[in-house]
Design a protein around this ligand. Structure first.
Ligand SMILES: *Cc1c(COP(=O)(O)O)cnc(C)c1O
Length: 474
């Protein structure tokens, strides 16, 4: 406590200001807030009022403000209620050119998938009901038959994500024994997924073989003993090794696993269904190739190159998959009916040969020549806005999602600068807009890549620029 006169007079002044602030209940009787309660709900409005008044007291005590009018307070409560009733998860316009942007939700779903999700969500379904027998059925049959057709697998299972798929495979087939993994494949995929950690949690003992850059078949063979359960191969999704490197081919590993009576598990990560080589994108082996080579269990993500919902797919031979299905952990990691619906509809598009309807694949296959006229149209529109200088330039989009590292797709970019705002100011204004627009900043220019922008988002994108550049005084 400060006993000085100054404090006394100051505190008396604050006390009188604080007395002018209305009580929450009094504030809530105001007609505008009553009306607001009718659609936002009493609870949210009351909370907002409390929060606004509490903040006001803090500002008054800090000497930052006098006592505002009740009308001003009311406006603040309306705004705070509006902010509190907005959904936290909101759609964004992805102008970054990163197609499977993990932070932006990876693959957008196909219209067919959305329709099937809505249908499954709105109604009861035969999720676990055998309509022929009139008895309890299994939820995995819905996707199992499709993956069998699409990939030539004997059996498949779907879990929450690929991290769960790898964990479940290691636990089901390796717990209590050893699994052999090359030192060059002990990868980390985005922070919380590290192969050695997942392996440790699965109860399988990791036996590292070879070196970072070179591992030979003899290294695997030399590490096998009576407690070995599986050979594990991991696709080094998000980095590329070049130079003096070596790892055995899949057929050799399959052969070694068979001869030694071991499982061969392969974590493919991105799980490419269509061959991307014609686009000049290498290093993403198609899932079907691994199955054809004889891998027992292949795992991959549903929302990377497959372009479906977040999911982890385990696919391969009947016997190991039956074991995995029996694991009680499968019950804990399995997916819900909405994921099954989205996945089923996405895979059905592959079977129909209609991959153009899968947004992520369509974006991957877009040619620079197809993006260029859209970029030109947007550039023309943005150039009319005051303060903006707009150029078109060649650049690159990336697939992302921890796939195809160091590789890119040729793109036509819109480069924007502003007379007064820095590129990062402009970037943050666009990010604050609703819907938020996510862009790239490079060498103090804002770059827009329309590869990842849906055509019906072009208007809202241009409007976001209008707002960002006209509200110059913010
Ligand atoms: C992406 C990836 C994972 C994790 O998959 P999620 O679906 O994100 O859980 C695991 N392994 C590899 C090799 C990956 O590329």
């Amino acid at each position: 406590m400060d006993p000085s006169d100054n404090y006394e007079t100051g505190s008396a002044r604050y006390a009188s200001l604080l007395r002018q602030i209305p009580a929450v209940d009094e504030l809530l009787t105001r007609p505008a807030l009553r009306a607001l309660e009718a659609h936002a709900g009493r609870r949210l409005v009351r909370e907002a009022a409390r929060q606004v008044l509490a903040q006001l007291r803090v500002h008054i005590m800090a000497g930052e403000t006098g006592a505002p009018s009740v009308e001003e307070i009311e406006t603040q409560v309306v705004e705070a209620t509006g902010a509190a009733s907005e959904f936290s998860l909101c759609p964004v316009i992805n102008a970054s050119g990163v197609i499977l942007h993990t932070n932006l939700g990876r693959a957008p779903l196909a219209e067919e998938a959305l329709r099937h999700v809505v249908e499954a969500a709105r109604n009861y379904s035969n999720l676990e009901y055998d309509l022929e027998k009139g008895a309890r059925g299994k939820r995995d049959i819905h996707t199992d038959r499709l993956f069998t057709r699409l990939l030539g697998a004997e059996a498949s299972l779907v879990v929450n994500n690929n991290a769960a798929a790898v964990f479940l495979a290691l636990n089901s087939l390796g717990e209590g024994g050893e699994v052999i993994i090359s030192r060059g494949e002990l990868v980390e995929i985005g922070g919380s997924f590290r192969i050695p950690d997942i392996c440790a949690k699965s109860g399988a003992i990791l036996r590292e073989v070879g070196t970072t850059n070179r591992t030979r078949l003899a290294d695997y063979a030399g590490a096998i003993h009576e407690r070995t359960r599986a050979l594990v191969r991991v696709h080094p999704s998000n980095f590329r090794m070049v130079g003096f490197t070596e790892r055995p081919g899949l057929p050799e590993l399959v052969d070694l696993a068979r001869r030694s009576n071991l499982w061969l598990i392969e974590d493919l990560g991105s799980g490419s269904i269509v061959d991307l080589a014609p686009l000049g994108i290498g290093g993403e082996p198609p899932v079907a190739e691994s199955l054809k080579a004889g891998v027992d269990v292949v795992t991959f993500s549903g929302d990377k190159l497959l372009g479906g919902p977040q999911a982890g797919i385990l696919t391969g031979r009947r016997e190991p998959l039956a074991r995995i299905r029996k694991n009680p952990l499968y019950r804990a990691l399995r997916v819900d009916k909405l994921t099954i619906a989205a996945l089923e509809a996405t895979v059905a598009l592959y079977l129909r040969g209609d991959t153009g309807s899968i947004p992520a694949l369509r974006m991957i296959h877009l040619k620079k020549e197809e993006i260029a006229p859209r970029a030109a149209r947007l550039a023309e529109r943005l150039a009319r806005l005051p303060g903006l200088s707009v150029n078109l330039e060649d650049g690159e989009s990336v697939i992302g999602g921890g796939s195809t590292p160091g590789q890119s797709l040729p793109a036509r970019l819109v480069a924007v600068t502003h007379a007064r705002l820095s590129a990062s100011d402009l970037e943050s204004r666009l990010r604050a807009h609703r819907p938020p627009v996510i862009t790239r900043v490079e060498r103090d220019r804002l770059l827009l890549d329309l590869r990842t922008v849906f055509e019906d988002q072009e208007d809202p994108l241009a409007e976001a620029f209008e707002r960002a550049t006209t509200n110059d005084e913010r």
